[in-house]
Design a protein around this ligand. Structure first.
Ligand code: ADP
Ligand code: MG
Ligand code: ZN
Length: 515
């Protein structure tokens, strides 16, 4: 057996291994998956000596995750998750991901690592396999108590990694494995993680060093110089990016804020920088405090700031590309997850780019409030329409169908879009984005309604059934959600990162007093 030099240590894991005797259903695998498994055995031949790889359990832009079975010395069979990292990833990137897992993992709801295999540029990270359910499949049947425990355990993981100076940057349900039956939780995927200035993860410091080289910020994970250089911000390039962004709907695809999007403008509100720019170009910006972006501003170089994650879970300071981003960005994402769980809608914000995501945040948290917060971290946000802040309890209860829409002034649909934002987002000259078209239809399919045939969700509250159920007191606690839940939600979704509650503080919140 050969081990990669980056992780020769054998890490023992307590608690986080779910033994193979727990139910793992045999799945019929497709020809494609069979072929991928063959290829994996070929590129990392050492794997064949240890594992019988039986399935592919995850596929992202930056990795494929397989299920492998290993015969242990004592005769037991154990299941592992084998993460084959995309070979174009920068070695420091991969090493940083591994170091997060080895240093902080294996406890406090953070996934650990068992081995690592490498052959040439192929790296396979071996982790204990944890059977889990996708939130989208169970959101309709979760009880309030399950939601409370889920968020508590997520915050516990965040507190733990933040103590090591790790910012995860991609907090979302897909990266927080949840085993409902055994009440087990595991934070995975440090593929976008970054370090705080005083991080204890050496490799994250090295990563910061790599980032010093100014570069456009398209695919955050592709630090590799071999990857194609992203197109410059010409009109033509912009269109290409738009098409891509729509197709993949992925964190990696990003388009520049464009003037014809029209609804929102974000820029660094430093007047000195502005003057400097104007002097360099011999032109003066004429769009300040208007809802347009002038050609001078359009021609400006994009500010280099770390941006990562999935638009719908990104904090305002990430969406506006604030260069100083801290662990608070993970806390915001936890807030979005709580909002989703309390309202029964997943995903809550579904945005194909950062400006749309920012508008959706404004529909919930208020446009004036967002503008005010952005100002504190040096960003001027302009919105063409004033959007009022929503009362969180009213919002969540309305979306759950526990309140009639008439009781609220502005009811967002499942994607967090309100009639107001929809109007705001639709531009006659942006044919690639159709908020009222297929996008929303597709989203509707992801709401709990689809999953009513799921055994666990047979009692999923529908607008009618939840009201009658509340009379017999069997609505999974949704008729008596305490104010503390909405208070915590409000604190997690603080638009201002400097006053936002920390994970450690959130664990002390009255919502968790009996835990
Ligand atoms: P990516 O960077 O491609 O998103 P992740 O580390 O998030 O890779 O893994 C992708 C998916 O694989 C996860 O969402 C999860 O479903 C599955 N997965 C990852 N690690 C494990 C594990 N240890 N046990 C079970 N499933 C896992
Ligand atoms: Mg992931
Ligand atoms: Zn301008």
């Amino acid at each position: 057996m050969e081990f990669s030099p980056v992780c020769s240590e054998h890490i023992s894991l307590e608690g986080s291994i779910l033994k193979s005797d727990t139910t793992h259903k045999k799945r019929n695998i497709s020809k494609d998956v069979e072929m991928d498994i063959e290829i994996l055995y070929k590129v990392v031949p050492q794997l064949a000596k240890v594992f019988r790889i039986t399935d592919k359990i995850g596929e992202g832009t930056f990795s494929s995750v397989y299920l492998g079975e290993a015969q242990m010395r004592d005769g037991r069979k154990e299941m592992f998750a084998l993460k084959h990292v995309i070979p174009t990833s920068h070695p420091t990137r991969i090493a940083a991901e591994l170091q997060c897992l080895t240093v902080a993992g294996g406890r406090e709801n953070v996934m650990g690592v068992t081995y690592c295999f490498r052959k040439e540029d192929h790296v396979v990270i071996v982790m204990p396999y944890m059977e889990h359910q996708a939130i989208v499949d169970i959101i309709g049947s979760l009880s309030f108590e399950e939601v409370r425990l889920y968020i508590y355990n997520l915050l516990k993981a965040l507190k733990h990694i933040h103590q090591f100076g790790i910012i995860h940057r991609d907090i979302k349900p897909n990266n927080f494995l949840y085993n409902r039956k055994h009440k087990m939780y595991a934070l995975v995927d440090f593929g976008l993680a970054q370090g705080t200035s005083d991080t204890q993860i050496e490799m994250l410091k090295d990563l910061a060093g790599l980032r010093k080289v100014p570069r456009p910020v398209f695919g955050e994970r592709n630090l590799n110089s071999c990857t194609p250089v992203p197109p410059s911000c010409t009109e033509a390039a912009l269109k290409t990016e738009l098409v891509k962004a729509k197709k993949t709907d992925d964190a990696a695809s990003y388009k520049y804020p464009s003037a014809n999007q029209g609804l929102l403008a974000v820029r660094t509100s430093s007047s000195s920088q502005k003057t400097q720019m104007s002097m360099q170009q011999g032109l003066t910006c004429n769009c300040y405090l208007t809802d347009q972006i002038c050609n001078v501003c359009l021609a400006r170089k994009q500010q280099v700031a770390p941006r990562a994650g999935t638009p719908g879970f990104r904090a305002p300071e990430v969406l506006t590309k604030c260069p100083n981003q801290g662990p608070a960005i993970d806390v915001w994402s936890a807030g979005v997850i709580l909002l989703s769980l309390l309202s029964g809608r997943y995903p809550f914000f579904k945005a194909s780019d950062d400006l749309i995501a920012l508008t959706q945040i404004m529909t919930i948290r208020g446009s004036m409030e967002t503008i005010r917060a952005a100002k504190t971290f040096g960003k001027a946000v302009v919105c063409s329409q004033e959007l009022p802040r929503q009362d969180l309890r009213t919002l969540c209860e309305t979306l759950r169908g526990r309140r009639s829409a008439a009781e609220t002034t502005l009811v967002p649909d499942a994607s967090g879009e309100t009639p107001a934002t929809r109007k705001n987002l639709v531009q006659d000259d942006t044919p690639t984005y159709q908020p009222n078209g297929p996008k929303l239809k597709q989203h509707k399919e992801e709401t709990p309604c689809k999953h009513q045939d799921h055994p666990d969700s047979s009692k999923a509250p529908t607008p009618q059934s939840s009201l009658s159920e509340s009379k017999v007191g069997d609505d999974k606690g949704w008729d008596r959600v305490p104010d503390e839940a909405f208070d915590l939600l409000d604190r997690l979704l603080d638009l201002n990162p400097s006053t936002r509650i920390t994970a450690a503080e959130a664990l002390q919140h009255p919502l968790f007093k009996h835990l």
